[in-house]
Design a protein around this ligand. Structure first.
Ligand SMILES: NC(=O)c1ccc[n+]([C@@H]2O[C@H](COP(=O)([O-])OP(=O)(O)OC[C@H]3O[C@@H](n4cnc5c(N)ncnc54)[C@H](OP(=O)(O)O)[C@@H]3O)[C@@H](O)[C@H]2O)c1
Length: 316
């Protein structure tokens, strides 16, 4: 399709991580709108999922390989869109991964991978679509962030670090590109009822902590895993309900900087914003599941533990 045919398909939407989860739910909604030209992307090894899902390539729907951490792939997709369609109108940076690790066990490689996928890659892709958006004085960059970009939970520090970074950089970008008519929105879902939790990458040393009961961080993982698992299975928010909000956002004339996409994200936002620092930290600490058992010396560390109950440091 050549640039001259662009108007036939209206706005061009570029979506990352479109073959599963929230990305797929957004893709399915967008496919219903025949006025859009969709560029649905997935990592090369996941591209075949589209055919299995009944999503076929056409003039209006392009399926492209895009690993968000790969500069050559990012450039190839954007250059093709710029040349053939005149540029991206809406970028949805959805692709993301979740590392589960405690700070002490996080390796440099794990931190770098987490930041690459959730922060550096999306920002680099945004930078590539911006020149044409700026020139045309229109465009919308939608960054799928998270309630984890508002608050940080134990064992989720790397993930939150990446989303906090995305939040900060996107907030700055909002002010930078608004004078050119380009909008930036951070979408913050909280817990979403989906199998995404199973895709979490457990760090190398943290895996040991999940498996070995005498690891000092074992209770952290055991209790947090149970809590996160049950929150994700009990919440009424689904990839479809979040996707509905994302697509509605695309049609809004005035796009907000942040869209709190689930009820728990809204609750956390207000809690964080209006609770003074001391009570905020105290309440958060007290609410951690099984917190009384965290940090108890293991029998290995304290062979007397069965006869004399171990004392533990109480920070509050
Ligand atoms: N689910 C939740 O509870 C929740 C809550 C808040 C925010 N979010 C955010 O929502 C977004 C989507 O998450 P999800 O719940 O749909 O998770 P998901 O089911 O695990 O899907 C993640 C998507 O990201 C893709 N991806 C991973 N690494 C990539 C890379 N290097 N390059 C390109 N794509 C890559 C995956 O592709 P492959 O399948 O090929 O790996 C997959 O399409 C993420 O940004 C996540 O942080 C999710």
């Amino acid at each position: 399709m050549k640039r001259s045919e662009h108007s036939r398909h209206g706005k061009v939407v570029l979506l990352t991580g479109a073959s599963v989860g929230l990305g797929l739910a957004i893709a399915r909604r967008l496919l219903e709108d025949e006025s859009l030209h969709l560029v649905l992307t997935a990592r090369a090894e996941s591209l075949s999922r589209f055919a299995e899902l009944g999503i076929d390539a056409s003039d209006r729907v392009w399926l492209r390989a895009l690993d968000i951490t790969n500069d050559a792939e990012r450039r190839a997709v954007v250059e093709e869109i710029d040349a053939e369609l005149g540029g991206v109108n809406i970028l949805v940076n959805n692709a993301g991964i979740t590392y589960r690790t405690v700070a002490e066990y996080a390796t440099a490689a794990e931190l770098s991978h987490q930041m690459n996928v959730n922060y550096e890659g999306p920002m680099a892709l945004a930078a590539l679509v911006l020149p044409s958006m700026r020139r045309r004085r229109t465009g919308h960059i939608i960054q799928i962030s998270s309630a984890g970009g508002l608050v940080a939970m134990p064992t989720m520090g790397l993930y939150s670090a990446s989303k906090f970074a995305l939040e900060a950089a996107s907030e700055a970008m909002y002010y930078e590109v608004r004078p050119f008519g380009v909008r930036v929105t951070l979408v913050l879902p909280g817990f979403v009822n989906s199998p995404a939790y199973k895709h979490a990458v457990v760090g190398l040393l943290s895996r040991r902590a999940t498996e070995q009961t005498n690891d000092p961080y074992h209770p952290h993982f055991e209790n947090m895993d149970r809590m996160i698992g049950s929150m994700m299975s009990l919440t009424s928010a689904t990839p479809e309900s979040v996707a509905r909000r994302v697509v509605k956002l695309m049609h809004r004339r005035r796009a907000p900087l942040r869209l709190l996409a689930t009820w728990d994200a809204r609750l956390l936002w207000w809690f964080r914003r209006f609770t003074p620092q001391g009570p905020y930290v105290w309440m958060t600490y007290r609410a951690l599941p099984g917190i009384r058992k965290w940090g108890l010396p293991s029998e290995e560390e304290n062979p007397q533990s069965t006869s004399s109950p171990a004392r533990r440091t109480q920070p509050f």
